[in-house]
Every structure is written in structure tokens, then in C-alpha cells.
Design a protein around this ligand. Structure first.
Ligand code: GDD
Ligand code: MN
Length: 423
């Protein structure tokens, strides 16, 4: 164990981008840090005065050699005042041509809480942040840009939000006290346009905060430690919002400053990456299993619908009129689908909402939703049968299929909404 060389670089974590559930903690009486059975010799075990590291702030850098000293100085000043010895700053540099990592390593003598990681094989802001979080020891993980465009003094307010109980505390340009200093109309338009696109593709995640594009936030380790993360490009917050288990989110307004030196690395590529990231999250967070279950239940509903339509409307049976038969058939199919979905597709949710009263409430909600679908279904069936396909059973099948996705989404968002859960 080479403790004699305190100013070494951190080793870069390898493999999947998954945050460990536990940070490193100091081994009793030893110098090394342990997590589970993994012991970290050398620079990774640098200087944690207290046994429990509370906060790890990652600073992703690429060509920030002119900004990093001032930033580390300001951050240390604020954090030494609030949580002395219980925080660490982790610079994650992607082998910057201006050797930002070297400038940062030289600062380690003066700033004992500073650790530096130099990535050579990998590149990209979001993955840099996650690699930093993987090597972090704090229970609260944070990220701030390395160019002083995010005001360091705001950190204490964000930390305050976490202390008050927030799982995620985001620095926002779009709440009271927020804004951007000298952004061009184009950049403002692109930023808001990106946000709008996010709201369309991933409303459940992007819609939870006022500034989903923010690169400045703190999050509790346990809220993002379960699953694998796989961001693309810049937007680490979108990844956290989509995959994290976040009950309470706090926001603090800030004004995005002009950088004192260097230039932004944002190019059109970041915008393409962002769209790819949204689509990847859309696909990977789609409740595929539930969709299949809902589809299978839907198929039993088609069978009930068709069988009852036949039993009521076929000349060889009761020979009722089409619309009257269809309404009875569809209603029985709705009740069939509800029961199977309540027991199976959304069983995990309905079991946490026990009692007949709640079940009837869910049935009524589901029925109202399906009724809207039913009206559309009957209109579509009649339109198809009278103008397009002169076989009522084929027309009926097409009408049902068209409504299936609509019903699933509405059912997921309304009938089995996980709001009135029994804690
Ligand atoms: N390690 C690493 N690797 N760091 C990088 C990389 C990279 O490939 N690219 C950029 N960085 C670092 C920069 O050095 C800087 O510290 C930080 O990431 C942000 O990069 P900028 O290029 O300055 O981004 P920006 O100022 O245009 O946009 C920032 O603010 C926006 C508004 O909050 C970013 O944080 C955006 O994500 C954010 O939307
Ligand atoms: Mn910047």
C-alpha cells in the first residue's frame, strides 16, 4: 500500500455504470477505506478526517485548467464552513489537452478534500460524472460544472434542501431567482426546445423539475444506486430523473453565469445525443411486461366482445341490432378486462389499495376510460363497416386494435395510478 504518495490520481472505475449502494467508509484504526470486502489502498483512501463521508461533489472537466483552481478554492471555502472534513471534491478529467488533471493534482497538497481522476479511454460529461460517483464515498452525491458558470455559493442552499429531506436538490434557471446571464436567443430557444421535446417524449421524468437540463444538483446515493445508468452525452439529470427513486425534489434558483475562461464544449452533437438519450430512456423505462400482460388481457376481452356480439346480433342467435349488441358486448369485455388487469397486470398496485370500495372506484375509472374508448370504437367500427370493409368482424378487430394502446396508457396513468396507496 503506497500511502507515501498522497498526491496520486484516483483509479478509474471500470465496467457497468452502476453506483454502489454503499460509499467507502474508514476502516477502524486503519488508513485504508473499505466497502464490502474491497479495500482501497493509495490515493483513493485520501484523507477523510471523519469516519463518515457525507458529501461527494464531482467536477467533470475538459480543458478547464484556467478555471479549476478558483473553483476548488471557492468550493472548499463554503464546504469547510458547513461540513468540515465530511466532504470530498472529485475532479474527473478526460485527459484534457490543456492538462487540467495535472493542475488539479497540484492543488491536492493545499486541498486535502480534493481527489482527481484522469480518464484516458472514456469520454463524455455524463459518464465522467457517474465514474466519479462510483469512486465516491459520500451518502449524498453532487455535480457542478468546472467552469464557474454554476455559482459555488449555491451549494449550501442545495445541501440545505437535502438536509430538509429532499432526495434530489436541483439548481434551476427557471424558478424564482433563476435565469441565464448573456445567452443568445438561439441558445435560449434551443434549451427550451430541448425541454419541450423532453416533456413530449418523457413527461414522467422531465416534467418533475423546472430545469431538467440543469448540470448542477445533489442526489442521495440510495435513490440512484439500484439500477444501471446509461446516459448519452451531457444530460446526467435526465438519467437520474428517469431511473432514480425520488420521492421529494427540491429546487433552488440561480443565474447561469458567463464562464471566465475557455469555451463551452456544446456542439450540435450534444443535441443529437440528447434526443437519442430521451428515446433510449423512453424505450427502457416503458413498462414492457405490463404492456404484454395488458395486451394478453385485452385479447381475452376481444374474445368476450366477439362471442357476445355473435350471441346477441347474429341472425342465427338473438339477431339484435349491431349497436345495441356491440354496447353490451363491449361492456362485458370491459368488466372482464378490468378484473384480469386488477388481479394480474396491475396486481402489485391494486394489492396496495385493498378493499372493495377502492376496487369499485378503480372499476368506475377504468369503465369511464374505456367508455371513451368504446364510443371511439363504435364510431370507428361503423365508419369502417359502412365505408371501407364490408365484413363487420374484420372491421371490429381493427377498431379494437386501434384503441388498445390508447386504453393501456390511460389505464396506467389513471385507473391504477399509484397515488392513493395504502402505506
Ligand atoms: N470529463 C469531461 N468529459 N468533462 C466535460 C466533457 C467531457 O467530455 N465535456 C464537457 N465537460 C465539462 C466542462 O469542462 C465543464 O466543466 C462542464 O462539463 C460543462 O461543460 P460546458 O461545455 O461548459 O457546458 P455548457 O456550459 O455549455 O452547458 C452546461 O450548462 C447547461 C445548463 O445548466 C452543462 O452543464 C449543460 O449540461 C447544462 O445543460
Ligand atoms: Mn459551461
Amino acid at each position: 500500500m503506497s500511502i507515501s504518495q498522497p498526491h496520486e490520481l484516483c483509479s478509474v472505475p471500470k465496467g457497468v455504470l452502476q453506483i454502489p449502494e454503499e460509499g467507502f467508509s474508514r476502516q477502524e484504526g486503519g488508513d485504508a477505506f473499505t466497502r464490502n470486502s474491497l479495500t482501497l489502498p493509495d490515493a483513493n483512501s485520501r484523507n477523510a478526517g471523519t469516519s463518515q463521508m457525507r458529501f461527494s461533489l464531482v467536477i467533470p472537466t475538459y480543458n478547464e485548467s484556467k478555471n479549476i483552481k478558483e473553483l476548488v478554492q471557492q468550493l472548499s471555502q463554503h464546504l469547510d464552513g458547513a461540513i468540515p472534513g465530511a466532504y470530498e471534491l472529485i475532479v474527473v478529467d478526460d485527459d484534457s489537452p490543456d492538462r487540467t488533471w495535472e493542475v488539479a493534482v497540484a492543488l491536492m497538497r493545499e486541498y486535502p478534500q480534493l481527489r482527481v481522476m484522469r480518464r484516458v479511454e472514456e469520454r463524455g460529461l455524463a459518464t465522467a460524472v457517474i465514474r466519479g460517483w462510483q469512486a465516491a464515498r459520500g451518502e449524498v452525491l453532487g455535480v457542478i460544472d468546472g467552469d464557474l458558470q454554476h455559482p459555488p455559493e449555491l451549494l449550501l442552499q442545495l445541501w440545505g434542501e437535502i438536509q430538509r429531506g429532499a432526495d434530489l436538490a436541483v439548481a434551476s434557471r427557471h424558478v424564482e431567482g433563476g435565469g441565464v446571464s448573456e445567452w443568445s436567443i438561439i441558445r435560449r430557444f434551443l434549451s427550451r426546445g430541448a425541454q419541450l421535446l423532453g416533456l413530449i417524449i418523457l413527461p414522467g421524468a422531465v416534467g418533475r423539475v423546472s430545469d431538467p437540463m440543469s448540470g448542477y444538483f445533489l442526489v442521495r446515493r440510495r435513490c440512484i444506486a439500484k439500477g444501471r445508468l446509461s446516459p448519452v452525452g451531457y444530460k446526467i439529470l435526465i438519467e437520474v430523473l428517469a431511473r432514480g427513486e425520488l420521492a421529494w425534489i427540491g429546487e433552488v434558483g440561480y443565474v447561469f453565469q458567463e464562464r471566465p475562461a475557455g469555451e463551452s464544449k456544446v456542439t450540435w452533437k450534444q443535441y443529437v445525443d440528447y434526443i437519442l438519450h430521451l428515446l433510449r430512456l423512453r424505450l427502457t423505462t416503458l413498462p414492457i411486461n405490463r404492456l404484454f400482460q395488458f395486451g394478453a388481457v385485452g385479447l381475452t376481452g376481444v374474445f368476450v366482445d366477439m362471442a357476445v356480439l355473435y350471441l346477441l346480433s347474429d341472425p342465427s342467435t338473438l339477431g339484435w341490432g349491431l349497436t345495441r349488441s356491440k354496447i353490451v358486448a363491449a361492456e362485458l369485455a370491459i368488466i372482464n378486462n378490468f378484473l384480469w388487469n386488477d388481479i394480474w397486470t396491475f396486481g402489485d398496485i391494486s394489492r396496495r389499495q385493498p378493499g372493495q370500495r377502492r376496487r369499485i372506484k378503480r372499476l368506475l375509472k377504468f369503465n369511464i376510460i374505456c367508455l371513451a374508448g368504446l364510443v371511439l370504437n363504435v364510431l370507428l367500427l361503423n365508419a369502417l363497416y359502412n365505408f371501407v370493409i364490408y365484413n363487420k368482424y374484420v372491421a371490429n378487430l381493427i377498431a379494437i386494435a386501434a384503441l388498445a394502446i390508447w386504453n393501456f396508457w390511460i389505464a396506467l396513468k389513471l385507473s391504477w395510478r399509484v397515488t392513493d396507496l395504502e402505506e
